[in-house]
Design a protein around this ligand. Structure first.
Ligand code: A2P
Length: 317
């Protein structure tokens, strides 16, 4: 396994298990199986609604002696309705209680979008808190306090664009150490990758397989199917591996952490095995040519009427 190193010497396994869309009723078994076959990095979030069950899976593995807490890397994320500084510590404490852990390895601000307490998914403009009324920097200061209070070892963000990262870098006492964003061959985000590299921020690639199990309301018409891309499938055929394995290996070759979601034992195994797959420089060059700047998770759900956000302000595009 390859790792991404942090300034204090901590190491995050570059490959982890995504848990967005992992249904309660399935995710306990998936987490147990994943840890049993060698997964050591779990990516979670309050909003996925399954942290309690993931916690049961982690606990079962620790109780059975399959893994110890310090061998695991567990990430979770602060939801949008808990950005007010006084809501941040209670939010991580709820996540820790559900995951049955004393600390997280990494806690991320899930989106640069704040909503009023209890408005998990805003339906009206007034459900939002505008960046003028509550800045990311204010939320970030509360995130920093979590590190001092030893509730989390590392803090970072998710879905942040370059100016938003720069604002935190300029103002933060603890710099963001990770930015988790959508990354795959159809959305390569080279400028962001370079910026993060220059600023010592690790990237984690979400939706690395194209997230075809997204809810229908998050899907566009005639979406290109990444797992069926002819270039990806031909590279897969050449190495006698699956297209998913090529996509995972591509992310790792770019030194980005990658968190494919699966609740299926054979795909869990297959995805983990992709860590060993070597792609050639030529494969990487060919895949570099596939960029379509195509987001599967475009954030338009934050750009409803009356919202302070637009799709272009979210991504600075
Ligand atoms: P499943 O959970 O049944 O394995 P992403 O990580 O981009 O969000 O993609 C997750 C989707 O990809 C899920 O539908 C998941 O289904 C599927 N998936 C996970 N691993 C593989 C694989 N190796 N081959 C094909 N589909 C996969």
């Amino acid at each position: 396994m390859k790792y991404l190193s942090f300034k204090n010497g901590d190491q995050m396994p570059i490959f982890g298990l995504g848990t967005w869309k992992s249904e309660p009723g399935q995710v306990y078994a998936a987490v147990k199986e994943a840890i049993t076959i060698g997964y050591r990095h779990l990516d979670c979030a309050f909003i996925y609604g399954n942290e309690h069950e993931i916690g049961e899976g982690i606990k079962a593995c620790i109780d059975d002696g399959i893994v110890s807490r310090d061998e695991l890397w567990v990430t979770s994320k602060l939801w949008n309705d808990a950005h007010e500084p006084e809501d941040v510590a209670p939010a991580i404490k709820k996540t820790l209680e559900d995951l049955k852990l004393a600390y997280l390895d990494l806690y991320l601000i899930h989106w640069p979008v704040a909503t009023k307490k209890g408005k998990l998914l805003p339906e009206h403009g007034e459900d939002f808190i505008s960046p003028q009324d509550l800045s990311s920097v204010q939320t970030w200061e509360a995130m920093e306090k979590l590190v001092h209070d030893r509730l989390v070892k590392h803090i970072g963000v998710s879905n942040y664009n370059i100016p938003k990262l720069q604002e935190l870098i300029d103002r933060a006492a603890i710099k963001p150490e990770v930015n988790q964003v959508e990354l795959h061959p159809y959305l390569q985000q080279n400028e962001l990758v370079l910026f993060c590299k220059d600023h010592g921020i690790h990237l984690t690639a979400y939706s690395p397989l194209g997230s075809m199990d997204r809810p229908e309301n998050l899907k566009g018409e005639n979406e290109p199917i990444l797992l069926e891309d002819p270039t990806i499938t031909s590279i897969a055929d050449k190495y006698n591996v699956s297209p998913a394995q090529v996509l995972i290996s591509w992310a790792i070759h770019r030194d980005t952490s990658v968190i494919p979601k699966s609740v299926n034992l054979s795909r869990l195994k297959q995805n983990l095995a992709a860590v060993e797959l070597e792609l050639s420089t030529q494969d990487m060059e060919v895949i570099a040519g596939l960029d379509k700047k195509r987001r599967y998770v475009d954030g338009s759900f934050w750009a409803i009427e009356g919202s302070p956000h637009t799709v272009s302000s979210l991504w600075n595009e």
